[in-house]
Design a protein around this ligand. Structure first.
Ligand code: DGJ
Length: 558
């Protein structure tokens, strides 16, 4: 298989990092702890996913997708998040149809684009519109949830306590993973799997069906309090506070351990969904072990569970999900909120790498992608309904974020191009903990951080009374004075300026050189030597607000 952009990245990384070609190179895509971060390894090399998620129904038709792939590949992204559904894979029980999956893999492969498949099965956005009809209509075998005292008359929501549903879902997912392994074990076009989509119970804090009520009145399964005890010091602070406030009990019913409130209901639902999805994931992984995750419809502030899907892996119940199993590799936010950084901080934990399966595209996405991969070593960044840019009818929507996305596709593409060009260095420096990313606005005009012996101040670009409205990018330390005798920094982005000072008392430093340039096939090609106004007469390392630049700076002492 030829993956042109990825092949370039591969060549470049081999030039930069002496990663020995091992048996690992032929192994399936997987996650690996490398230095300070967890990275996605594809074909033996770390991979940063600059992606986009298709709108929900696009990938249900190969004909529909055919003209879209070349346009997606030109964006330029390296991965497309592609829904596949239980209803189309198993239209009648026990009879699988993999034609769509095969077709999507070969269409993506032709365009040298990778795929993350989204397994839309028992639940999507909290409800059950994607299971086959033979599942939805057999309410005796596959019970529905009772919400607000009754069965919903419009939207069906299958009950997460149902063993029969879990087993049927797991069986179909296992067949899918077995098939993907057969079809793709060599080429690794498929690099990750999302299991279900935004699970959780909507409109009510919990399911009140007879089975759910019985489980709620019973003792909490022992794995959960055992986990809380073992991880007492690192638990999410809100969960810890709630547990401690009710006496830090290690046995009892849900209400006894967590109090009789909507918070206990949410924890109960989190356990049920987690128990279900961990089991489906484990079954799929036994057939083909790709990285797998669950995505989250984020609840806002103090919103009541049910106003967002109750039980989905919100930050405060990620530990509950973890207590129910270890098959899932991580939990991911669908991050559309304006307070992007706050949510990103909550999902990036030592035991949870950050990944955005859904987020805003357009001008917002063009900026946030730098923060995500620079500040949080995100595994990937994927604006939702990426195909809406080329086929606006696909979206069935006038959502402002999509309208902005269509307008801002060029901005997003420019960010992706710039990050792609430095990807091997970025991934290498992420592992060393040498990268910072930022997104500046008039309300948040500067950031400051330390890098080894230096203080680095970044602010909106300004000169001669002019100030940029926005600025975004990332800065990394690529040369360490103590090791090589020369401090060197690489920066990518636009609309900001950098001032670096020594943290060693009494030492003065200045910029020795600042060069504009680019990376080609992993090789630095300098262009202009920047000086004069372009560096505020040597006082600041500036990034022009009009377009993304890639620049290198070295320091001297005096
Ligand atoms: C989040 C869901 O996961 C997507 O499938 C889609 O429904 C979007 N919301 C719509 O904004």
């Amino acid at each position: 298989m030829r993956h042109s952009r990825l092949a370039l990245a591969t060549l470049a990384i081999l030039a930069l990092t002496p990663i020995a070609a091992t048996a690992q190179d032929t192994s399936a895509p997987h996650l690996e702890k490398r230095g300070a971060v967890t990275q996605l390894i594809v074909d033996g090399n770390p991979f940063v996913m600059l992606g986009g998620e298709l709108h929900n129904s696009s990938s249900s038709s190969l004909e529909y997708m055919k003209p879209l792939w070349p346009r997606l590949a030109a964006l330029p992204l390296n991965t497309v998040l592609t829904p596949i559904s239980w209803e189309l894979v198993e239209p009648t029980e026990g009879h699988y149809d993999f034609a769509l999956i095969d077709g999507l893999i070969s269409q993506a492969r032709e365009q040298h684009v990778r795929i993350v498949f989204l397994w839309l099965a028992a639940w999507k956005n909290g409800v059950s519109s994607y299971p086959p009809v033979w599942v939805k209509q057999n309410t005796e075998r596959f019970p529905h949830a009772i919400l607000n005292g009754s069965l919903s008359t419009t939207l069906s929501t299958l009950a997460s306590v149902s063993t029969a549903l879990r087993e049927a879902d797991a069986k179909a997912f296992t067949a899918v993973m077995h098939h993907i392994k057969e079809a793709d074990n060599r080429d690794h076009t498929v690099i990750m799997m999302q299991v279900e989509n935004e699970v959780g119970t909507l409109t009510d804090t919990r399911d009140h069906s007879a089975d759910a009520n019985r489980a709620f009145a019973s003792a909490v399964p022992s794995e959960l309090p055992k986990y809380l005890k073992a991880h007492r010091e690192t638990l999410n602070p809100e969960l810890r506070e709630l547990w401690l406030a009710h006496g830090e009990k290690t046995s009892g019913t849900w209400a006894e351990i967590f109090g009789d409130s909507s918070r206990a209901d949410e924890i109960f639902m989190a356990w049920n969904y987690a128990h279900y999805v961990q089991a489906v994931t484990a079954a799929g992984k036994a057939a083909y072990n790709l990285p797998m995750y669950v995505n989250t419809w984020l609840g806002g502030g103090d919103g009541t569970p049910g106003s967002y899907p109750s039980g989905g892996p919100q930050p405060r119940v990620i530990d509950i999900w973890k207590s129910a199993g270890t098959a899932l590799d991580f939990y991911a936010p669908d991050l559309y909120q304006p307070n992007f950084a706050e949510w990103a901080n909550q999902y990036h934990r030592p035991d949870n790498p950050l990944f955005m399966p859904e987020t805003n595209g357009g001008t917002a996405g063009a900026a946030w992608v730098f923060y995500a991969v620079g500040e949080h070593a995100a595994l990937g960044f994927c604006p939702f309904a990426i195909d809406a840019a080329f086929a606006p009818d696909a979206a069935h929507t006038t959502e402002p974020s999509l309208v902005d996305f269509i307008k801002g596709t060029t901005d997003l593409g420019n960010s992706y191009t710039a990050i792609n060009a430095i990807a091997p260095i970025l991934l290498e420096q992420q592992a060393k903990g040498n990268v910072h990313g930022f997104n500046l606005t008039k309300q948040h005009p500067n950031v400051e951080f330390t890098m080894n012996n230096y203080s680095v101040q970044i602010s909106l670009d300004q000169i001669f009374g002019y100030q940029s409205d926005t600025g975004y990018g990332l800065v990394m330390m690529t040369g360490n004075e103590e090791k090589t005798g020369q401090a060197e920094f690489l920066g990518v982005g636009k609309g900001f300026r950098v001032i670096i000072t020594s943290r060693t008392p009494g030492k003065h430093i200045g910029f020795a050189t600042i060069d504009d340039g680019k990376y080609e096939d992993g090789k630095w090609i300098p262009a202009r030597r920047l000086n004069g106004d372009e560096t505020d007469q040597g006082g600041a390392w500036r990034f022009d607000p009009r377009a993304i630049h890639t620049e290198k700076a070295t320091l001297y002492r005096y």
